[in-house]
Design a protein around this ligand. Structure first.
Ligand SMILES: NC(=O)c1ccc[n+]([C@@H]2O[C@H](COP(=O)([O-])OP(=O)(O)OC[C@H]3O[C@@H](n4cnc5c(N)ncnc54)[C@H](O)[C@@H]3O)[C@@H](O)[C@H]2O)c1
Length: 380
């Protein structure tokens, strides 16, 4: 049976990290079909991946420009493209597909410069295209429950935020050992590919987006320190933020924190209680109503009401994870796209869109700017 939506991928060979996650996650809901791609600039890898995905020969493209032009020209061309390449390429690739009239889903960080991000934002608006930026973690059910509980007033007025995203995969950068294995994604350390930041761009932006997603708080200004330990780009950063309503938050991101892998932890404190979510135990949300003991809320279990729990795909006790979070993002994106195509009302409220991508680029620039000015406050 023909699927309702057709899509293509740029980046994401079989050995790449996130492109494979996108493709598998889209497959959770049988509504979108992968029909074309330019999976790599390397001809052999491109063909190998395309063959593994059963892409027709004429829709395996040597580069993204050829792909955008060819797909825009055919009557059953793709409805959207997923951009899963390293940061340096995002701006040009997204711009090319938007100009060709094709909807875009792009990885974060959106691009290098704020002006580029705003240009992409304006282009998507002008062309009336759906442009999502995949920040991953808002796709988890309990992240959405957290957002809903905050909106329901369960923790009252927000008084403070504390969040971290800590990893240790670059700890060898502190004291290099002879013969130590280079990690796969070394491009992240290269300013030409990664941009002006490594750690803040790669994982600090997840904190910035997640806190905004669950609380609605907007950062007014921030003061930061970054640590490069003699390298070209940051590997650790401490960031004090002030939101538009005067509340403060403290963010820490690190790639040299021994014993931590993908430790995104977000704590939101209000005048009626607190909520805390750990991405490595994503089915659990910690809720402390003021004056009571901390409660462990479990995806699919009891203790919360509202609609967000309905994102759950498996019965309570069967863990969900990263693939399902991405699947939820694509389910909502494809639902919006189908409704839009049919001329019906649609919502992108559960998604992170190009506006969030713009915020992320502004955040990275403000952190780098503040750190360069001896942690001076920098407005966003
Ligand atoms: N949302 C998340 O949680 C998350 C997680 C990991 C990575 N990312 C982001 O995803 C992007 C890719 O990261 P990754 O870890 O998958 O990198 P990766 O190095 O594993 O994969 C990149 C892929 O892009 C391909 N590629 C590079 N340039 C290309 C071009 N011009 N045309 C076609 N293909 C090209 C490479 O061949 C490779 O297959 C980055 O922007 C990164 O920040 C996001």
């Amino acid at each position: 049976m023909a699927k309702e939506i057709k899509y293509g991928v740029v980046g994401g060979t079989l050995s790449a990290f996130i492109g494979e996650v996108h493709r598998k996650a889209i497959g959770f809901d049988p509504r979108a079909e992968l029909v074309c791609g330019c999976f790599s600039g390397n001809t052999e890898k491109n063909r190998e991946t395309a063959k593994a995905y059963a892409i027709a020969d004429e829709r395996i493209y040597p580069d993204y420009k050829t792909m955008a032009a060819a797909e825009a020209a055919q009557p059953d061309g793709i409805d959207f493209v997923s951009v899963c390449t390293p940061n340096v390429t995002h701006y040009e690739i997204c711009k090319t597909f938007l100009e060709a009239g094709i909807n875009v889903v792009c990885e974060k960080p959106l691009c290098f410069e704020v002006e580029q991000a705003q240009e992409l934002q304006a282009l998507a608006k002008e062309k009336d295209l759906l442009f999502a930026v995949t920040y991953t973690y808002p796709g988890y059910t309990m992240a959405r429950v957290m957002r809903e509980m905050i909106a329901q007033g369960k923790i009252g007025n927000i008084a403070a935020v504390n969040a971290e995203y800590v990893q240790d995969w670059l700890i060898n950068e502190l004291a290099p050992e002879a013969g130590a294995q280079e990690n796969l994604s070394v491009w992240r350390k290269d300013p030409k590919v990664s941009g002006i930041s490594n750690c803040v761009g790669d994982i600090g932006t997840h904190i910035e987006c997640f806190v905004h997603y669950v609380t609605g708080l907007k950062i007014k200004r921030l003061a930061a320190t970054t640590n490069k330990y003699g390298h070209a780009l940051d590997l650790n950063a401490n960031i004090l933020v002030e939101y538009e309503n005067g509340v403060n938050g403290a963010y820490w991101c690190s790639q040299i924190a021994a014993g931590h892998y993908n430790g995104l932890v977000v704590r939101v404190f209000g005048d009626k209680g607190a909520l805390e979510w750990h991405q490595e135990q994503p089915d659990t949300l910690w809720y402390t109503p003021k004056g009571q003991a901390m409660q462990m809320l479990t995806r699919g279990g009891f203790g919360f009401d509202g609609e967000a729990g309905g994102n759950s795909r498996l019965p309570v006790g069967h863990p969900e994870g990263l693939y399902v979070a991405f699947a939820n993002i694509y389910r909502d994106y494809v639902t919006a796209l189908l409704a839009k195509k049919a001329g019906e009302p649609y919502s992108t409220d559960s998604l992170t869109m190009v506006d969030d991508g713009v915020n992320g680029v502004k955040f990275v620039h403000a952190v780098v700017d503040s750190a360069a000015k001896d942690s001076a406050w920098v407005e966003l």
